[in-house]
Design a binder for this molecule. Structure first.
Ligand code: HEC
Length: 116
């Protein structure tokens, strides 16, 4: 390798290092595609959409409800995994559980909803 290539290599190494450090710092970032896929597989769209009120609240409404609250992600995790009783047109029923047992995947969906 010719010496002239060293600085460029070094710069590349620094950039790569910084970028991966950045990703590590944001390991809590949201995988939108994975969240939407799991929501679809779980048929949540029957009662929810991002911005329209259906039988269930729009995700934007839920995001607004938990805005600035530190426990939003935990609350939604419980909501999606514990089948709480909800009322639709005056009829009580069990809320559908998300179709996954993967804690990280479910938390990712919670972050997705909270960031709408
Ligand atoms: C049969 C209709 C129906 C389906 C299907 C459904 N939901 Fe809901 N969901 C509701 C209703 C009704 C509420 C409102 C409950 C309340 O406010 O008491 C609700 C509330 C919620 C909330 C707000 C919870 C909160 O703490 O404010 C979230 C988030 C949510 N649902 C996510 C989901 C996800 C994710 C799925 C798919 C696994 C799903 N829902 C499937 C009807 C549904």
């Amino acid at each position: 390798m010719r010496p002239v290539h060293f600085p460029r290599l070094l710069r590349t190494a620094i950039v790569v290092g910084l970028v991966s450090a950045g990703f590590a710092a944001h390991s809590q970032s949201t995988d939108v595609a994975a969240a939407e896929k799991l929501l679809e597989e779980s048929k949540c769209g029957k009662c929810h959409s991002v911005d329209k009120q259906k039988d269930g609240p729009a995700y934007k409404k839920t995001a607004a409800k938990y805005k600035g609250k530190a426990d939003g992600e935990a609350k939604l995790f419980t909501h999606m995994t514990s089948a709480p009783t909800v009322e639709i047109d005056g009829v009580k029923e069990e809320h559908v559980k998300i179709k996954s047992k993967d804690e990280a995947a479910i938390k990712n969906v919670a972050r997705y909803i909270l960031s709408r």
